[in-house]
Design a protein around this ligand. Structure first.
Ligand code: ADP
Ligand code: MG
Length: 363
């Protein structure tokens, strides 16, 4: 087990800056996720931790030991690649044993360790099969076993589930978490899938264009995004430009040109992100926090509108409402049964509760 500290690491490929001045501290035993869209530098960062790339600038340390330019085989990290990178014509046993052979572990020790780990990933029945004869999910387990069999201090997983269908993905999520908890191993997980990140991680770093936007627990990232990129990338949100107007007791008043109205926001740290005087500001309100009712709604930030689209998803219902200012607000409600639906054209009132709005700067 190990801590991983990235200090101001930058990676340049010619003119392309893949990763820029990245600072992240990953704790011992943590399940830590790099989340971000394609091309934002997740794989490059993981490869700098594994030692396949060395940073152009900055420092990588494990447990305070400088690893910046230590070759991969001397780092004791186990890596699962996006495409698994298995040897298709070798058996499951041979694939998993490969790393131990390289490390000159004895035959009998190798046999025991490979058998143990294959039991752990529930593949002991398939030991002598060729990898090319296995399903995608089984190949994924072989890749996991191969990474874990060397007893790494750090487990690195690069989009390990992206080639699997939805049902299998769910199953493997739980499998990976079970193994991670059993071994208590520091794990760094790369994904572009926000649901995967939210459900699996102790903490998440949100990446965009080679930079880390925010580090936090899943609830911090979701409830207290630091800017519009994070708010939009993680979950759904309504984002509308606003400008600060004045402060009143425990509330801040913003003017919203698009809604042609003043907006009250409860002035707490949870609701108002840090911003500078010249930043362009936005209010972010999650669809599940928007209240809608055919009857009148009382209190602050209430608007009249008309339903323009209702999407039934099973567990929840998404409703799009056009306000009289032409702005469109999206609301999400739990499905509460057959008699409760609004329909297109329904006249409704919409409330944006002052304690549910978060004010954030534009990234
Ligand atoms: P992600 O894993 O988040 O999709 P990557 O780390 O693979 O992103 O890539 C980040 C950026 O660096 C991209 O613009 C990509 O094209 C570029 N890049 C990655 N690897 C190389 C490389 N070996 N040579 C040149 N450019 C690269
Ligand atoms: Mg990648």
């Amino acid at each position: 087990m190990s801590t991983v500290n990235l200090s101001a690491i930058t990676k340049q490929f010619g003119d392309v800056t893949a990763v820029e001045e990245l600072d992240i501290l990953i704790k011992e035993g943590e399940f830590f996720t790099f989340l971000g869209p394609s091309g934002c530098g997740k794989t490059t960062t993981l490869r700098m931790i594994a030692g396949f790339y060395y940073p152009t600038k900055g420092k990588v340390t494990f447990n305070d030991k400088d690893m910046t330019t230590v070759p991969p085989e001397k780092r004791n990290t186990g890596m699962v690649f996006q495409n698994y990178a298995l040897f298709p014509h070798m058996t499951v046993f041979e694939n998993v044993a490969f790393g131990l052979k390289v490390r000159k572990i004895t035959k009998s020790q190798t046999k025991k360790r490979v058998e143990d780990i294959l039991k752990k990933v529930r593949l002991d029945q398939y030991m002598d099969r060729q990898v090319s004869q296995l399903s995608g999910g089984q190949q994924q387990r072989v890749a996991l076993a191969r990474a874990l069999v060397i007893e790494p201090d750090i487990l690195l997983l690069d989009e390990p589930l992206s080639n699997l269908d939805a049902r299998l993905r769910d199953e493997m999520r739980n499998e990976i978490l079970r193994l991670q908890r059993d071994y208590g191993i520091t794990t760094i997980y790369v994904t572009h899938d926000q649901a995967e990140a939210l459900t699996m991680s102790d903490r998440i770093a949100v990446f965009n264009m080679g930079k880390c936007q925010q580090v936090g627990t899943p609830t911090e990232i979701y409830n207290q995004p630091v800017n519009d990129f994070v708010a939009e990338f993680i979950g759904e949100t309504n984002l509308i430009p606003i400008a600060f107007k004045k402060e009143k007791n425990n509330e801040k008043i913003y003017h919203c040109e698009q809604l042609d109205a003043d907006i009250q926001v409860q002035a707490t740290e949870v609701n108002i992100a840090e911003y500078n005087r010249n930043d362009q500001l936005l209010m972010s309100i999650r669809p599940e926090s928007v209240q809608i009712d055919k009857a009148s709604l009382t209190g602050e930030n209430v608007f009249k509108g008309e339903v323009i689209l209702v999407q039934f998803t099973g567990a929840s219902v998404h409703t799009y409402i056009k306000l009289s200012s032409d702005a469109i607000i999206r609301a999400t409600d739990l499905n509460e049964g057959p008699s409760t639906y609004l329909t297109n054209g329904s006249k409704v009132n919409v409330k944006l509760p002052a304690d549910q709005i978060r004010v954030i700067p534009k990234a």
